[in-house]
Ligand binder design. Structure first.
Ligand code: DX5
Ligand code: ZN
Length: 233
């Protein structure tokens, strides 16, 4: 994609505004990935969450720019955006390839680089929303100096690496502190263990973008599961 560079003043794409559920395709059936994406987008989803793991930052290896390029047109044609979550070391080496493959937002982990400020700038230069993720063990203060540089902060509500893990119960308190730290102009995304039983507490704490993987794609009816989670927000 050849987006214009972003700045702190560039408006958010509409798909990221308000309360949004971002189905994570990590839990989808990759043998029918296009159909699974169509199912949740037909149900109203506009943010597709794309989990990249390198076998280094986290043990598993998942998917990369080739798979992103395979789904990006479908998501964009349906009026949606792709939210790329990089759980990888040396994330700055990969930004350009993911932007070219169709990423709309690129989130790297604060723990994976000493150069978070430069990473945010590099992602914006590629025309994507810049996101910085923090692990459950990382204090919210780790992103304090990125205000105005990061378009969003992703607070992990499980340890990264696997779908289907139990929600960490101290997360609402952490996100409340994160919201007061970053103010209202930064998106707060939460990822891990989100479903009908947890989303209400996270919305109340100040998150607006909710990743849900197993709660959607492991459900008998992903479209219904998407609707139920949204209703519970
Ligand atoms: C885990 C990934 C998540 C994962 C969440 O490291 O970042 O996006 O898909 O899965 P659930 O919603 O099942 O906890
Ligand atoms: Zn994720």
């Amino acid at each position: 994609m050849t987006n214009q560079p972003r700045t702190a003043e560039t408006p958010l794409p509409e798909s990221f505004e308000g309360i949004r559920i971002a189905p994570s395709i990590l839990s989808a059936d990759f043998g029918k990935l296009g159909a699974q994406i169509a199912e949740v987008m037909d149900a109203g989803a506009r943010v597709i969450h794309f989990d990249v793991m390198d076998g280094q930052f986290v043990p598993p290896i998942t998917i990369g720019p080739l798979v992103l390029a395979g789904i990006a047109d479908q998501v964009h044609d349906a009026g949606g955006v792709v939210d790329v979550h990089l759980m990888i070391d040396n994330p700055d080496r990969q930004f350009e390839d993911f932007a070219k493959a169709g990423a709309d937002a690129i989130t790297f982990h604060e723990e994976a680089t000493p150069h978070a400020h430069r990473c945010c700038h590099a992602i914006r230069e590629l025309g994507c929303l810049a996101g910085v993720a923090i692990n459950p063990g990382t204090p919210v203060e780790a992103v304090a100096e990125l205000k105005g540089m990061a378009d969003m902060v992703l607070a992990m509500t499980v340890n990264p690496g696997w779908g289907g893990q139990p929600f960490i119960e101290t997360s609402p308190d952490k996100v409340r502190r994160l919201r007061s730290l970053v103010g209202e102009d930064t998106l707060i995304e939460v990822d891990g263990g989100i479903g009908t039983g947890t989303i209400g507490r996270m919305a109340e704490a100040g998150a607006t973008l909710f990743v849900a993987g197993s709660a959607i794609f492991n459900a008998p009816d992903p479209a219904q599961a998407y609707a139920d989670i949204l209703a519970a927000a």
